[in-house]
Design a protein around this ligand. Sequence first.
Ligand code: HAM
Length: 427
Amino acid sequence: MEGRIQAVRGMKDILPGEVETWQAVEALARKILEIYGFSEIRIPLLERTELFARSIGEATDIVEKEMYTFRDRSDISVTLRPEATAGILRAYIQHGLYRTQPFQKFYCIGPMFRYERPQKGRYRQFHQIDAEILGSPDPRCDAELLAMLRTLFEGMGLRELDFQINSLGCRSCRPSFKEAILSFLRDRETRLCEDCRRRLQINPLRIFDCKVPQCQENLRGAPQTLEHLCGPCRDHLESLERHLNSLEIPYTVNSLIVRGLDYYTRTIFEVISSDLGAQNAVCGGGRYDNLIEELGGPDMPAIGFAIGEERLVSLLLEGGRQRSRPPLDLFVVAVDARAESEAFLWLDRARRLGLRAETDLRGGSLKSQLRRAHKLSARRVLILGERELHQRRALLKAMDSGEQEEVPLDRLEAQMAEWVQGLREEK
Ligand code: HAM
């Protein structure tokens, strides 16, 4: 016998039992994103490689080591999206969306791909809930994103999350920081890893991301972006902090976060959970005021974030907040083959009215069908046999109390409609 085929390493199935928690997360996220004025945008999983190389940055781990890149049959280099921001901007520019409405808010939910070393909280296919505000430099945008994240996490019952912010400055203050870091590292350069020596030339900020302990060691006491902010960048950060304070959003300024993508300017942030182990960021984001222009669009500032759904779901599961399928409203039993077709008809009527209804499509004895009803936690069981049909009646059993009653078939549809009404009121 041939061996069984396994899923590709780092790519995870989300099975029934866990998927209900994912559905609840996504339903709540959509609801809150819509409340905050975001519109959904769906972009391809595959883009031209150049889009990511130019936006995320040539010297980043993502572009250097982690992209799923291949040539398609037309010999074009394409890449499975490692994140959503670049694709959203490509669509915004390609369709000239800024012409009709320069200020836009988008969200996108779906899988991303990075060839990383798999471990808890780190996969090669993972999912993000991504939100972007395009077209305003106002620090209220930054505060609004953090406020929305608070609403979302609170709605999920997660309160112990740490919001960390930092500012990376802008085109006018970044050179002075770069200068400072280069001069700090000048006599330490030989002690850096090979990657970092190369990064030093392209984007010294990337060295802060290096996982090699010796590089981290050599960065102790290094200059920080916050010390080099120009006046407008400092004002921007102070204004953001004022808004966060007035909205009563707890946060910490952490000058050590730099983010792993090159496009950021000014505000960057991460949402950290101490319950996640090594991969402790459940969300990351920031401003990218030059990126739209760099990708050939108008000169327009923007900011966004992405939540890692795997990490969010794992926090919910570990905190005992998993969701399960709601119980069945009705299970229909056909006592024998002669009642099957009538039972099948009532099953369909129940579903068309909006009841979660099921039967046992394998047939089987009355006892085995009732066992299945029990297993599916059906609230009620409708039993149809030859005798009931002859009398145009059905037997209805409430599973919690065990009470049984006979319902005339000409009353059954009205009865089902009442259950539907009751369900609506329960919600
Ligand atoms: P990022 O920090 O690369 O940012 O990813 C955001 C979040 O996605 C992370 O905080 C983490 O929760 C999750 N994540 C990233 N890689 C993996 C992985 N291999 N396995 C599981 N989860 C992962 C971005 O992607 C930016 N595009 C965010 C953004 C939007 N910035 C502005 N707009």
